[in-house]
Design a protein around this ligand. Sequence first.
Ligand SMILES: Cc1cc2nc3c(=O)[nH]c(=O)nc-3n(C[C@H](O)[C@H](O)[C@H](O)COP(=O)(O)OP(=O)(O)OC[C@H]3O[C@@H](n4cnc5c(N)ncnc54)[C@H](O)[C@@H]3O)c2cc1C
Length: 410
Amino acid sequence: MKKIVIIGAGFGGLNAAKILCKNKKLNITIIDKKNHHLFQPLLYQVATAGLNESDIAYPIRSIFRNKKNVTVYKETVIDFDFNTKTVITDSNKHSYDYLIIACGAVENYFGKDKWAKYAPTLKNLNHAQQLRNKILNAFEMAEKTKDDNEKRKYLTFVVIGGGPTGVELAGAIGEMTRFTLAKDFRNIDPRLSRIILIEAADKILATFDDKLINKAVRNLESLGVQVWTKSMVTDIDEKGVTIGNERLESATIIWAAGIKANPLSEKLPGNKDKMGRIIVNKDLSIENYPDVFVVGDLAHFEQNGKILPGIAPVAMQQGKFVAKLILAELKGKKRTQFKYFDKGQMATIGRSKAIAEIKNLKLSGFIAWITWILVHIMYLTGFKNRIFVMLQWAWSYLTLKKGARLIIDD
Ligand SMILES: Cc1cc2nc3c(=O)[nH]c(=O)nc-3n(C[C@H](O)[C@H](O)[C@H](O)COP(=O)(O)OP(=O)(O)OC[C@H]3O[C@@H](n4cnc5c(N)ncnc54)[C@H](O)[C@@H]3O)c2cc1C
C-alpha cells in the first residue's frame, strides 16, 4: 500500500487529500499543527465581529471521518530526512512514498519583527480573536477616558497594507463605526472614529483595473476610511505609526502588508525566491526529489512570465493537480505540467460594496457583492457553516448589527 503524507490541511493540502482518499489502496496521512481547516478569506469578519470562529473553521478529522484510509495527526512538522523519506514532527516520525507539502505562508514584517507586538496581523483564529478584542476594547477605553488626546488615540484605527485583506478590514471597521456601534455609547460617537488605510504603493488593490480601484476608494471613503497611498511606514511603536515626517497616534494598528514562506521552507532543498518560497518544477515537484511536491502559498510557480499569487484558487488547483498526477503515475502514466486557470479576482469593501473582475467582465456595487457572497459560501467547508454564515449575513444586512461582538480577554 503506497503511503502519501500531506503536510497542512489548508486549501492546497485539503484539496489533494479529498481526491487521493477516493483510492482505497492508498494510505494517506494528514499532518497539521491545527485541528481545523481554516477559511482564511473570511478571517477579517471574525476580527470585526461579523462571524464566529466556528463559522469559518472545520475539524480536519471530521472531514475525513468516513475515509478509513485517512489518518489525521495534530502535530507540527519540524524537519525532514529525504534520504529515508521521513517527515519529522514535534512528537513523531512518518515515512512516505509521496510527500505533499502545503504548509502555506506566515506574516512578513520585512525585517522589522519588533513591529509585530504593536501591529498584530491576521493569519489564524487566535489573531482574529485578539484583533476583535483590541478593536472592541478601543471603544470601551474611549468611552471611559476623560482625556481628549487619549480618546482620539483610541478612536483612530490604522490598517497597514492596501491589498484585499487591508481593504476588507478597513471597510469592516468603517461599517462597525458608522452603523453597528453608532448608538451603543454615551460618551463617544463611534461615527467620528478615524480609520486610515496605509499603502506604500501608488494605489490600493494593485492587481485590479483602475476604474474598479477608484470605485473601491470611493466606497471606503463613504464608510469614513481615509486611503493614504504612497505612504511608507517607517516606524511603529506602542503609541502609533510614523510615516516619514507624519505621526499617527493610534491604539489599534493592524498589519496586512505582506507574507513570506512558512519557516519550514528552510528545511527544504532546492532554489528559493526572496520570500523563501520553493521554486518548484513544472509538475510542482522539488528539484531532484520527484516524489516531493510543494503546493499553495509555499510554492513559487511561474506561468507566462508571472509568479502565481498566494491565493486560495492557486492552492486548490495545485493540490488537485498533484493528487491527480500521483494517481495517474501509479497507473503508469507520464507526468503532465501544471497550468493555472484564472477565474478572476474580487474584493469586498462592505455591505453592497464590492468589486470583481472575471475575465473581461468588471463588476462593482451590489452585483459584485452578491457574486462575492455566492463564491465564498460555495467554497466554505461544511454544510452547517454555509447555512450559519448565510443566516448571519442576512441578519446583518437587514439589521446592520454584528452578532459576534464579544471581548474575550481575561
Ligand atoms: C486574512 C487573509 C485573507 C485572505 N483572503 C483571501 C481571499 O479573499 N481570496 C483568496 O483567494 N485568498 C485569500 N487569502 C490567501 C489564501 O488564504 C491562501 O492563499 C491559502 O490559504 C493558501 O493555501 P495553502 O494550502 O498554501 O496554505 P494554508 O491555507 O495557509 O494552509 C496551511 C496549513 O498548514 C498548517 N501548517 C503550517 N505549518 C505547519 C507545520 N510546521 N506543521 C504542520 N502543519 C503546519 C497550517 O496549520 C495550515 O492548516 C487570504 C489569506 C489571509 C491570511
